[in-house]
Design a protein around this ligand. Structure first.
Ligand SMILES: [Zn+2]
Length: 261
């Protein structure tokens, strides 16, 4: 009897004790007054990682981390985590609201304005008529058919409009891109290569003319300064004086997820 207790006690001596395994997978914690569910994963790195995206919060921890250390790290980051989770939630709600219904009566955005889709088989191709976009299709056309037609129209508009604005800023700058084209990158609005080739995301055509101008001025300024240093921003300012405001607004639009290069 006594020896059994002694054996049990001995097993509890810290030296022999393996660190309690932190259970991976879905876990929850109380952070800054809010219950938060998260995914816990192991990582080979030596630091704790926090990622917040459409799946929520994912925490990656090094192998040796104890439950107590994990808890401390979570509490340290509690405010940031909650802030970012709320931001994501808002963004997802916004995206849901702005999801386009590809059907008769659906709405698209064109240079910052709302255009209502009108399916009308008597129309040739796609035609803008005031606040409507008339699409030459039957009412029973499929989502894909409607989307392809409208995307085609938007891309054609983008090509014409961007070409005019490139001309305008190239004249101001005294330099023109060697070539330019539309892109449909998910992560950038525009880019400018060392060879002077400019790419502009056709989805910019959804947004206000001044945002489009800012992106074009930004990319063209790279023809002089292929960096984001003070001289670069000075050049942008000469082309597009209200650039700071446009830059801020562009950052609020999350599709494509960021940015310019
Ligand atoms: Zn840039």
């Amino acid at each position: 009897m006594l020896s059994k207790i002694a054996a049990a006690l001995q097993l509890n001596l810290p030296f022999f004790d393996a660190p309690p395994a932190v259970k991976l997978g879905e876990r929850s914690a109380w952070l800054d007054g809010r219950p938060v569910t998260y995914q816990l994963r192991r990582s080979k790195r030596k630091t704790i990682g926090f990622v917040i995206d459409e799946k929520g919060l994912t925490v990656t921890i090094p192998r040796w981390l104890t439950l107590k250390e994990l808890e401390t790290a979570l509490q340290d980051k509690a405010r940031w985590i909650n802030l970012k989770l709320i931001e994501w939630q808002r963004f997802q709600e916004l995206q849901l609201q702005s999801a386009i219904r590809w059907e008769h009566g659906g709405e698209i955005r064109f240079m910052g304005e709302a255009l209502r889709l009108r399916l009308d088989p008597s129309v040739q191709g796609v035609q803008r008529q005031g606040h409507e976009l008339a699409v030459g299709l039957q009412h029973k056309a499929s989502t894909e058919q409607i989307r392809d037609r409208v995307h085609g129209w938007l891309q054609a508009q983008a090509k014409t409009h961007f070409a005019q604005r490139i001309d305008h800023y190239a004249t101001l700058l005294g330099r023109a891109p060697t070539r330019w084209g539309l892109s449909s990158a998910r992560t950038r609005w525009g880019s400018c290569g060392a060879d002077g080739a400019v790419r502009l995301n056709w989805r910019l055509i959804h947004h206000q003319p001044d945002l489009i101008d800012y992106v074009i001025a930004h990319e063209l300024a790279h023809l002089k300064e292929l960096n984001h240093g003070p001289r670069f921003w000075k050049t942008v300012e000469q082309l597009f004086p209200a650039y700071q405001q446009a830059r801020g607004r562009l950052r609020e639009i999350r599709e494509p997820s960021e940015t310019l290069s």
